[in-house]
Design a binder for this molecule. Structure first.
Ligand code: SAH
Length: 375
């Protein structure tokens, strides 16, 4: 029966009101039953809903898989902890944002007496099983809470000897998880205790992304035969997290911010700093790129990681800030600028960034300023 015919037939047959009501009731009952069943299955599978994904992206294992597979990242913590066993022997360690529990297990393996593993997202359920599966349940105590909401630590522990945390985000500060580490340090770290890693720095360079005009911009000129030019404006508003090949770097790099985890305060995360760059070649510059380093050097075996385009790739990649006003430079020419970054007032996990730059060179005389939102 075609759809049209079916509709006509339905219109012909008059269904008595009572029967309609009964049918409706039965349908509703059926629906209720089905929803109950679905909820039960979801509960059994502990299946996160889309609401959870929105509020709690760290609940799903895939984001942890990406971090665990980043050999530079995870390897650096593995080395810093396991090559400094003497530091961990019989110590009380706090893992701020333990995720799957990987850093806690490194610490336990290195000889820690107790590890307090704090995690606010649902991945802690898996961390609990992982810790048990690996025989560390007596040493690692998991706490399912926002670090800032913890009133008491397990087993009557009042202070910890070492804080370990992997808090770094894109452009170093994205997600503002450093606030949490600062909070944990001030609340729970013993006087003279250690934070690992203990130092970190953010850098900037000028670069020429050749694919920018040819691929990223012109794509919007003709999308399946339609113009979508308005999207182009958005490309300039947000930094792009992507790999920049080292051959695309046109200048040296300049340090924007260096932090010492032992002394940094939340106020230090809003900053405005001048920078100066010198070009290495005659070339065009159509973007600034930022990257960062972090160091474990408050220990015998020092570990250093750089996320610069000259270093092996990490999941942090680099952050690319495209310029609405690109410019040309001559070899060894100097440019100056100012980089300011502060948490967004409405969403503290996002950052407002402004880059001012000035070149008075042979090919370009330009002074400009561009605002970005890191989100
Ligand atoms: N330590 C793990 C996970 C790092 S990702 C690893 O190295 O693989 C950072 C983790 O911190 C995420 O799982 C996130 O949910 C958690 N986190 C972020 N802010 C937190 C807070 N305020 N309190 C507790 N956990 C937090």
């Amino acid at each position: 029966m075609s759809l049209e015919n079916k509709k006509e037939k339905e219109q012909e047959i008059e269904i008595p009101k009572e029967t309609k009501k009964e049918n409706k009731k039965e349908n509703e009952k059926e629906k209720e039953k089905e929803t109950k069943k679905e909820n039960e299955i979801d509960e059994k599978l502990k299946k996160p809903t889309s609401k959870d994904y929105y509020f709690d992206s760290y609940s799903h294992y895939s984001i942890h898989e990406e971090m665990l597979q980043d050999e530079i990242r995870t390897g650096s913590y593995c080395r810093a902890i396991l090559k400094n066993k003497a530091l961990f022997k019989d110590k009380i360690v706090m893992d701020v944002g333990c995720g799957t529990g990987i850093l806690s297990m490194f610490a336990a393996k290195a000889g820690a007496k107790r590890v307090i593993a704090i995690e606010c997202s649902g991945i802690i359920e898996q961390a609990r099983e992982i810790v048990e599966e690996n025989g560390y349940s007596d040493i690692i105590k998991l706490v399912h809470k926002k670090c800032e909401d913890i009133v008491e630590l397990p087993d009557g522990i009042e202070k910890v000897d070492i804080i370990i945390s992997e808090w770094m985000g894109y452009c170093l500060f994205y997600e503002s998880m450093l606030n949490t580490v600062i909070y944990a340090r001030d609340r729970w770290l013993k006087k003279g205790g250690k934070i690992m890693p203990n130092k970190s720095s953010l850098f900037i360079s000028g670069c020429l992304d050749q694919d920018f005009i040819t691929d990223k911009m012109s794509f919007w000129n003709d999308v399946w035969g339609f113009k979508m030019n308005c999207i182009k404006k958005l490309i300039y508003l947000e930094p792009l997290v992507d790999i920049i090949d080292q051959s695309a770097i046109v200048t040296n790099s300049s340090i924007l911010k260096s932090i010492d985890l032992n002394t940094i305060t939340v106020e230090d995360l809003s900053f405005s700093v001048p920078f100066e760059l010198t070009s290495k070649y005659n070339d065009n510059i159509n973007a600034f790129v930022t990257f960062f380093t972090y160091t474990f050097d408050d220990c015998d075996e020092i570990v250093f990681v750089s996320t610069s385009p000259n270093s092996p790739e990490t999941h942090w990649k680099q952050s690319i800030f495209y310029l609405q006003k690109p410019f040309r430079v001559q070899k060894l020419e100097r440019m100056t600028g100012n980089f300011s970054m502060k948490p967004n007032e409405n969403n503290v996990r996002d950052f407002d960034i402004t880059i001012d730059y000035k070149v008075e060179g042979k090919y370009s005389k330009i002074e400009s300023s561009q605002d970005y939102r890191l989100r």
